[in-house]
Write a protein that binds this ligand. Structure first.
Ligand code: NDP
Ligand code: 8X3
Length: 255
């Protein structure tokens, strides 16, 4: 039977890999993000590689009306979303609280917490009505332990952890599964965004050890969605072998 997955933040990194993986495995995918040209490229790639159908929605997840209009604009045969992957998110800056940039805080809270809530509020009633669905929230090791200079980003991921628990309770009577996936360091555009385009600073985050790659997290998503209906993978922490906590790495010295 046809299954539809909506993946937020599919223009890059984890979301892109998850969209490709789910399309490969036979899901029809709704891909979302702000960068239209990236959505168009991914749409073409999926159409060339896989049999699955793909539909793009371009919107800013921080703006409730844009989210609502985008989801409401879906054609009738795309409306029954089986899997919602709440992946869109970012870190902005790495500063102690006393030097924090208020605009960075707003962007992280508006995207990682409010954006995730907005789309869930709009998509979940359909799941409740159909008594079926799976919500996958992208948490982080940053939601399991705080690291210096990362308090606000970590707070947003602690919020994702709390929201995942709360959603699971609210969805319990309807047989809807809620999974939180918490990656450690994955080499994506995440650090380039965090350091506002400073590539050499971003590259340093992934130097001297084998970080995760986006496909590692797509594997975890695929594992969660392919469990039998009576099994909910509630919480998955996926770390590089060379990373013990949010800020403790074993890095090899450069020769
Ligand atoms: P990327 O920067 O590569 O991708 C982020 C995605 O989020 C992009 O597709 C971007 O799309 C989308 N996005 C950001 N802001 C908005 C917005 N306002 N509206 C709509 N879409 C938005 O980073 P990752 O793939 O690494 O990050 C994905 C998720 O994984 C995030 O929630 C992040 O916190 C989490 N994570 C990442 C880790 C890592 O080490 N990389 C580790 C743990 C968790 P666009 O710019 O086109 O709008
Ligand atoms: C993103 C990875 O290292 O900033 O959640 O916690 S990290």
């Amino acid at each position: 039977m046809r299954k539809i997955a909506l993946i937020t933040g599919a223009t890059s990194g984890l979301g892109r890999a998850i969209a490709l993986r789910l399309a490969k495995e036979g899901y029809d995918v709704i891909i979302t993000g702000r960068r239209k040209e990236r959505l168009e490229e991914l749409e073409k790639e999926i159409e060339i590689k896989y049999e699955s159908k793909v539909y793009s929605l371009c919107f800013d997840i921080r703006v409730y009306n844009q989210v609502e209009d985008a989801i409401n604009s879906l054609p009738q045969d795309w409306k029954n979303i089986d899997v919602l992957v709440n992946n869109a998110g970012l870190a902005a800056g790495l500063d102690p609280i006393q030097k924090g940039v208020v605009d960075d805080w707003e962007r992280m809270i508006d995207t990682n917490v409010k954006g995730l809530l907005y789309i869930t509020r709009i998509v979940s009633p359909g799941m409740v009505e159909r008594k079926s669905g799976h919500i996958i929230n992208m948490g982080s090791i940053a939601g399991k332990g705080v690291y210096p200079n990362g308090a606000v980003y970590c707070a947003t991921k602690y919020a994702v952890n709390a929201l995942s628990q709360g959603m699971r309770m609210d969805m319990l009577p309807y047989g809807i599964r809620v999974t939180q996936i918490c990656p450690g360091a994955v080499d994506t555009e995440f650090s380039l965004v965090r350091f506002k385009g400073d590539k050499s600073r971003a590259d340093q985050v992934y130097e001297g050890y084998d970080s995760l790659i986006a496909d590692d997290i797509a594997n975890a998503v695929y594992f969660a969605v392919t469990q039998p209906a009576h099994v909910d993978i509630q919480d998955v922490l996926v770390m590089p072998t060379a990373q013990a906590t949010g800020n403790m790495f074993h890095k090899e010295e450069k020769k």
